[in-house]
Write a protein that binds this ligand. Sequence first.
Ligand code: SF4
Length: 496
Amino acid sequence: MTITLTKTDYILYRECPQNVWYKIHRPDIYSESELSEFEKSIMETGNEVELIARKLFPGGVLIERRDEEGQKVTQDYIAKHQEILFQPVFVGGNLLAAIDVLKFNPESGGYFVYEIKSTSDVDNKTHYHDLAFQVNLLRKHGLQIDKAYIIHLNSEYVRTNDLDIQNLFKIVDVTSEVESLTTEVSNESQGALEYLSQETKPNGYCCCVYKGRSKHCSTFQHSNPEVPEYSVHDIARIGNSKAKLKELIDNNIFHLDKIPSHIKLTDIQQGQVDTYILNKVLVEKEKIKAEFDALTFPLYFLDYETFPAAIPRFDGFSPYHQIPFQYSVDVLKSPESKPEHYEFLHVASDDPSKSFAESLQKHLGTTGSIIVWHKGFECGRNDEIAIRIPEMKSFMDSLKGRVYDLEDIFRKQYHIHRDFRGGTSIKRILPVLVPELSYKELEIRDGGSAADTWNKIVSGGFNDAQKEKSINDLKIYCGLDTYAMYSIWQALHKTL
Ligand code: SF4
């Protein structure tokens, strides 16, 4: 089978040949798991950034099609020496790429090639190879390439008034880095074409068998059928202990109960393995009690939802600063009382930061512990609001000493259950400790999906009925986050 290697597949191939083989030959397996909202939003962000970056090149002509017609139109414009082309398509030697920006240099008769990235920096593991692939292909078409550039977001840019496109981006000349890779990339592309043309599935484990579970893609189980669903890959932070994991895998040890005693695990890892093998729950009551005794009532179970806008939308924001658009809080006045629920959700298209902070001040008062899950997130947002809204700084700063991270109970392994599988996320803990509560039936089930929904609400992506339903879905989702925290606290509290 002869295939055409696209630039995208070449970059994916460099990360994992097997996964691209599945993408081409077994798309049914490759697409078994849907793209997460996070992955979808990365793609949408890339498109948004590219559209705005094109404004750096007034007068550019967009080639909309990628098929033979698109290739023909490209060649027509090249023959006419059109100054700036967006997405011209080139095919040659079974390679295919669309170029983000191709600019004719009338002085030399050559071209400048630009790759637009939605990142805040140059990634030297992929961006140079990406451009080298394009440069090789353009040269096959007889084009002289004078310079190669990466355009990426400038993380130091802070918006004031209208977007300043010139300062929003950095244009980095990477010609020498790219030139030094063209031969290597040419050879690698040929290797990729041969590998990906194989009709039969590549043999053996895929290389992620030596990595922790979080690194496995959707085809891992197909490439490694002998690895059980709960395996040594699920041991907490085992991906950081490469030698240990390698020794286990090289000796065909996949099950937690087969780990030999000479493999030294950390206390946390050993705790996870022991609870699995003994099938018992480990609860350090005294330690949990000491943590809970240090809390001050009322307890405020608090959770934020935010949207990371690549292109800053409001004054004071930089690329990827999080817009805090929603919170939910459940207030518990005493251990025996019922929690009172309060919430904030901003659905207008202006900056929510000020009203978010003012509403928080109304609901959080001045005393009482604020319980969150993974406190770095909420505390980071508080610090950013304090900078953007100076009049709220003293209140936002005052929250620091009141925040308590409930995840710490599980991170410190004061409570271990085999069904946590070494995880400490609220979605891992809740079904075990409070099985009657679940995210499964909700329309919105994770923060990425919440952020995407809010973005559609405020940018006109919904009709009125959809908007109303989405607002309700957001409230239910964020409300469950805080009620889940309260319920986990209560489940632990009852055992003390
Ligand atoms: S799990 Fe296997 S197929 Fe998937 S990315 Fe890792 S090495 Fe590739």
